[in-house]
Write a protein that binds this ligand. Structure first.
Ligand code: RP5
Length: 175
């Protein structure tokens, strides 16, 4: 069976990634890099790679089957259009799957959102907003889950929230 490709141009695998970031195509990177940037910012061990549900289904199954044994705590999966990647990962692993709908060319990601969010009862995918905000929030959600058992990470997360609050309070309007 094929294993997930390690020849893609994205972040190099760490020795022991806690979070897997996968996407259906390199064209999803502009969206999914927002998740990777936050994981990097918080110092969370992660990996990022292309795992296409339709173009490399054997790799998808292998990735999902190996996710638990490899120690992944969550998988952030982004895809656009007929976005089956998050749901099929969730079908093959009990590692939490966080789905990110990528904006599609013709339907602006509404198709992606519906494809990811409308899972059948029994196979959950936590679904986030379409686009950059969804990718960033999926990473923050994964970080929140890890922070439950990592006080140092929890402190960083509180500081991040406090910075955001201060930035919002400092906002001015042109009137
Ligand atoms: C999906 O098809 C991918 O997640 C991507 O959003 C979309 C288009 O892929 P490309 O044709 O740009 O490779 O599988």
């Amino acid at each position: 069976m094929n294993t997930p490709s390690d020849s893609n141009p994205f972040t190099p695998d760490t020795d022991k990634p806690l979070i897997g970031v996968v996407m259906g195509s390199s064209s999803d990177w502009k969206t999914m890099e927002h998740a990777v940037q936050l994981l990097t910012h918080f110092g969370v061990a992660h990996e990022a790679r292309v795992v296409s549900a339709h173009r490399m289904p054997d790799d998808l199954f292998a990735y999902a089957e190996q996710a638990g044994p490899r120690g992944l705590q969550a998988i952030i999966a982004g895809a656009g259009g007929a976005a089956h990647l998050p749901g099929m990962l969730a079908a093959k692993t009990t590692v939490p799957v966080l789905g990110v709908p990528v904006a599609s060319r013709h339907l602006q990601g509404v198709d992606s959102l519906h494809s990811i969010v409308q899972m059948p009862k029994g196979i959950p995918v936590a679904t986030f907003a379409i686009g950059d905000a969804g990718a960033a929030n999926a990473a923050l959600f994964a970080i929140s889950m890890l922070a439950l058992h990592d006080p140092e990470l929890a402190t960083k997360l509180h500081a991040f929230r406090a910075e955001q609050t201060e930035a919002a309070r400092a906002m001015t309007l042109p009137v």
